[in-house]
Design a protein around this ligand. Structure first.
Ligand code: PMP
Length: 406
């Protein structure tokens, strides 16, 4: 297993004790911790730049604008977008997906079809239900199989010339399953449909190249990739973003405004109405620097080893059932103590007493839980600073929980 002590040193929060025990933070799928460089950059921004972007002639405003646009360029390079104006600053994955769903109003027509999957986070379900209600379009679901993977045969059968959009996650937050997105995109494009990938759980863990994927939209959050909350990105292909309607009106996103009507600015500003999260957007660039310095390949390989080790160790506890245990995994492992009357939150509470932070419940993925006929799971989710020793602590804690909940 790789030595990550030099990385851990950059995360002061990992030195905390919780309930008298050293913190073992395994809730990175919900939000990852920030390195000192990111936290320092937030203070630095408010201490020495703080000004509104894009509208000022004065020095501070220009510095803030340059810093934010520089961050946009870093993110462009990070995901290999063709142009920086294809990178839209949003407030998170949820906001990015809503931007597309609202932007498609008037484009998606009665009788058109949108395909999502049973493996989605609620933020990749509800906006499409809302769009379908408004437009009369039909929402179809790729079924989830028992092994935690999508039924690709059914997917192929669902596709037709009525399909206008396919929107699925790149990696599932609830099960940690990596979806076959290349195939999903190719099949959708073959019928002329656009594809949105919810990359919230992929971008912190693996290389994402939007041009190689040939994906039409890619959505992700800053706070799951060592960056601040309230930041996010929507990547979209230029020619498609140009067709979408802006979903929020206001300052910054206009070209001209008269009493009767307005014309809109070009990309990316058309979608960035109002004062953005300037500090957050700038500092997201620092999170990208942090990931680049470590290297996405290092992050990927280290976390793959953690996933493999966790799955192996969980398999030694007979009372534990692991979901999607043989599926291609990334970032997270989901499991339960399989015993009548034991809820995932019981396990989470015992682990918390031991200083171990995991997430329990339905993970905003109720359709998956109904498919598996369970109320929830325990999810351990990883970042590059996690260690094999922390997995050992988790396993020790789970063995204790098995005894206590007998
Ligand atoms: N999609 C997935 C797969 C996620 O894991 C999450 C966050 N749990 C979201 C969407 C929503 O992200 P946010 O709350 O940052 O908007």
């Amino acid at each position: 297993m790789k030595d990550v002590s030099h990385i851990r040193n950059q995360f002061p929060i990992l030195e905390r004790r919780v309930n008298g025990k050293p913190l073992v933070y395994l809730d990175n799928g919900a939000t990852s911790q920030n390195p000192k460089s990111v936290n320092d950059a937030i203070v630095e921004y408010y201490t020495s730049i703080n000004a509104n972007v894009h509208r000022g002639i004065h020095t501070l405003s220009q510095e803030a604008t340059d810093a934010m646009e520089n961050s946009r360029k870093k993110i462009q390079a990070f995901i290999n977008a063709k142009h920086d104006y294809e990178v839209i600053f949003t407030y998170g994955t949820t906001d990015s997906i809503n931007l597309v769903a609202r932007g498609l109003e008037g484009i998606i027509q009665n009788g058109d079809e949108i395909i999502i999957s049973e493996l989605e986070h609620h933020s990749n379900i509800v906006p499409w239900q809302m769009l379908c209600q408004k437009s009369g379009a039909i929402l179809k679901y790729i079924p989830l199989k028992e092994d935690g993977t999508l039924d690709m045969q059914v997917y192929k059968n669902l596709l037709s010339d009525k399909t206008k959009l396919v929107s699925v996650n790149h990696v599932s937050n609830a099960l940690g399953v990596v979806n076959p997105v290349e195939e999903i995109i190719a099949e959708a494009h073959a019928v002329g449909a656009w594809v949105l990938l919810d990359g919230a759980q992929a971008i912190p863990h693996k290389k994402v190249d939007v041009q190689a994927l040939d994906v039409d939209f890619y959505a992700f959050s800053g706070h799951k990739m060592y960056g601040p909350t309230g930041t996010g990105i929507l990547y979209g292909k230029e020619e498609i973003l140009n067709q979408l309607n802006p979903y929020r009106g206001g300052g910054e996103m206009i070209d001209t405004v008269s009493m009767e009507k307005s014309t809109y600015a070009g990309l990316p500003f058309k979608f960035e109405a109002g004062t953005p999260n300037i500090a957050g957007n700038i500092v997201l660039g620092k999170a990208v620097d942090f990931m680049n310095e470590i290297g996405i390949d290092f992050i990927y390989e280290h976390e793959q080893e953690l996933i493999k080790y966790t799955r192996e160790q969980l398999a030694t506890i007979p009372e534990i059932v692991v979901y999607a245990k043989d599926a291609p995994g990334s970032g997270a492992v989901s499991f339960n103590i399989q015993r009548e009357g034991v809820h995932s939150s019981d396990v989470g509470m015992i682990l918390d007493k031991l200083g171990i932070a995991v997430r329990t419940g339905h993970h905003c993925c109720q359709p998956i839980m109904s498919k598996f006929e369970i109320p929830g799971t325990v999810r351990a989710s990883f970042a590059v600073y996690n260690t094999k020793e922390e997995v050992d602590e988790l396993i020790k804690g789970l063995k204790m929980a098995v005894q206590m909940l007998a």
